[in-house]
Design a protein around this ligand. Structure first.
Ligand code: SAM
Length: 406
C-alpha cells in the first residue's frame, strides 16, 4: 500500500527521510473518537483478567474485532479518501499483468480463481475484464474477506465495473467448501494486514511485547517470552542483540498449510511489501517494520486511536517459503514487483491502453512509474509463486527470479 502523495512505505533507509512520517496527527472527528472508545472498552475488558494481552491480540482486536475493528467497521480505508492506496487502486495495468499470469495457468483442469482480501473489489473487476478479453474467463471467481464492510464495497465495485461478470463471483465465509481446489489463489497485501507478535531482545532474553492499561491509557510493556516464542525468534535471529525490536507473523504456517490442504492443483500468487529473512532481520533494522497509516500519514504508534488507523508490518518471504515447503508446495518463483510486471507484459499493456486513450498518456506514465520504479513500489514489493502439480511456465518470473536469496 502507498501513502499519498506517491511515497512508498518505510524501508530501513527511507523510513525517516522519504516518508511523510507524522509528528503530530490531526485529531479524528468526535464520532470517530466515540467509535474508537467503544473498541478501547472491549480491549480493556480483554486486558483486565491478567493485566495485559500480547501485542498480537491487541492488533487482532484493533483491526478485526467484530463491528468495531479497523477493517470491519464503516470508514473508508483504501484510496485517496481513505488511509492508504494499493497497486490495483493505482492502475488497472497491475491487475491486467496478474491476469496475464493467470491466463498462462488457467486451462481445462485449473479452472477457478480464489482471491483473499479483495479490498474494494477493483482487482477482481479488472482481472475478470482482462481474462474476458483474452477469452480465458475462469469458471468461478471466489472471494474470501474478513470484512463485511469491504465485501459490500466489492459487490458495488463489481456491479459498476463489470456488471455482466458479477455472476462469476461467489463470496465465501471460509475455505471449507473448497476441497480439491483446482485453480489460482491470489492475495495482494493480505499478509501485511495479519496480526503480528512484537518482540524485543534484551540481554540475551527474548521479551514478548504486551499491551497493558496505565492510568486509563494503553501502554506497551515487555514480558519474558515463553519457550516456543523464544525458539521462533532464535530461529530467525542467530545472534541476539540488545535493544533490538522486531516482529513475526505467527499465523503464516497455519494459513499456508490451509491453502496447501485445499489446493489440489494450481498456483498461489502472493504480492506484498517485504524482504527475505536476511534483510528483514538485518542487525541495523533495530526497530522492526511495524507502521501505522491514518489519512495518508505514516507514524509508529500502534496504540493511537484503535480502529481508526491501519496497523501493518512487512512480510518475511523466507517464512512464506519455509511454510510452503513444509506443506508440500513448490516455491516456483520470487521476484520484485517491477520485474514481475515487466515479465508479465506491462509494456505491451501500457501501449495498448495508450492507443485506446492517447489523452491519458501523462496519467498512464505516472501509474507505470509508481508501480515499477525501485524508489516507489517496484523494489519494495515482491511477488511469490507457490505451485502444486503444475508444469506451466510462469512468465512473471522468467527473469530476475530471486528464489536463491530466500
Ligand atoms: C491492505 S487490504 C488489501 C486489499 C486489496 N487486496 C488491495 O490490494 O487493494 C487487506 C485486505 O485483506 C483482508 N484480510 C486480512 N486478513 C485476511 C484473511 N486472513 N483472510 C481474508 N482476508 C483477509 C482485509 O479485510 C482487507 O480486505
Amino acid at each position: 500500500m502507498l501513502c499519498l502523495p506517491q511515497q512508498t512505505k518505510a524501508t530501513l533507509t527511507d523510513k525517516l527521510s522519504a516518508m511523510k512520517v507524522a509528528t503530530t496527527l490531526s485529531p479524528p472527528p468526535n464520532n470517530a473518537i466515540i467509535h474508537s472508545q467503544k473498541l478501547c472498552q472491549h480491549i480493556a475488558e480483554a486486558i483486565a483478567p491478567s493485566g495485559s494481552i500480547p501485542f498480537r491480540q491487541f492488533m487482532e482486536m484493533a483491526l478485526y474485532e467484530p463491528a468495531l475493528g479497523y477493517y470491519v467497521a464503516g470508514q473508508r480505508k483504501l484510496g485517496s479518501a481513505g488511509d492508504f492506496i494499493t497497486a490495483p487502486e493505482i492502475s488497472p495495468l497491475f491487475s491486467q499483468c496478474l491476469a496475464e499470469q493467470c491466463a498462462e495457468v488457467l486451462d481445462s483442469t485449473v479452472k477457478d480463481i480464489l482471491e483473499f482480501g479483495a479490498g474494494s473489489g477493483i482487482m477482481a473487476s479488472h482481472i475478470l475484464l482482462h481474462l474476458e478479453s483474452l477469452n480465458q474467463l475462469p469458471k468461478h471467481y471466489y472471494i474470501i474477506d474478513l470484512s463485511p464492510d469491504l465485501i459490500a464495497l466489492q459487490k458495488q465495485t463489481l456491479a459498476s465495473l463489470a456488471p455482466h461478470l458479477v455472476n462469476k463471483v461467489t463470496w465465501l465465509n471460509d475455505l471449507s467448501t473448497l476441497k480439491n481446489f483446482n485453480g489460482i489463489i491470489l492475495g495482494n497485501e493480505v499478509l501485511d494486514a495479519m496480526p503480528i507478535e512484537l518482540f524485543t531482545l534484551d540481554k540475551n532474553n527474548v521479551m514478548q511485547t504486551h499491551v497493558t492499561m496505565n492510568d486509563h491509557q494503553f501502554k506497551l510493556i515487555q514480558k519474558t517470552a515463553n519457550k516456543t516464542m523464544s525458539q521462533q525468534v532464535r530461529h530467525r535471529i542467530e545472534r541476539i542483540k540488545d535493544d533490538y525490536t522486531s516482529e513475526f507473523n505467527p499465523n503464516i504456517d497455519s494459513w499456508i498449510e490451509q491453502l496447501a490442504n485445499i489446493l489440489h492443483r494450481g498456483l498461489i500468487l502472493l504480492i506484498d511489501y517485504g524482504y527475505t529473512r536476511r534483510e528483514y532481520y538485518h542487525p541495523d533494522r533495530t526497530e522492526g517494520t511495524l507502521i501505522c497509516h491514518y489519512r495518508h500519514q505514516v507514524h509508529h504508534d500502534p496504540l493511537w486511536y484503535p480502529s481508526l488507523q491501519d496497523i501493518t508490518a512487512n512480510v518475511d518471504f523466507t517464512h512464506i517459503a519455509e511454510a510452503a515447503d513444509n506443506s508440500g508446495l513448490t516455491v516456483a518463483g520470487f521476484t520484485n514487483q517491477a520485474s514481475f510486471l515487466i515479465n508479465s507484459g506491462l509494456e505491451k499493456l501500457f501501449s495498448a491502453t495508450l492507443e485506446r486513450a492517447p489523452d491519458q498518456s501523462y496519467q498512464l506514465a505516472q501509474q507505470v512509474r509508481t508501480l515499477s520504479l525501485p524508489s516507489e513500489m517496484g523494489d519494495r514489493f515482491h511477488v511469490m509463486a507457490l505451485t502444486k502439480k503444475i508444469q506451466s511456465p510462469l512468465s512473471g518470473f522468467s527473469s530476475f527470479d530471486m528464489k536463491h536469496k530466500l
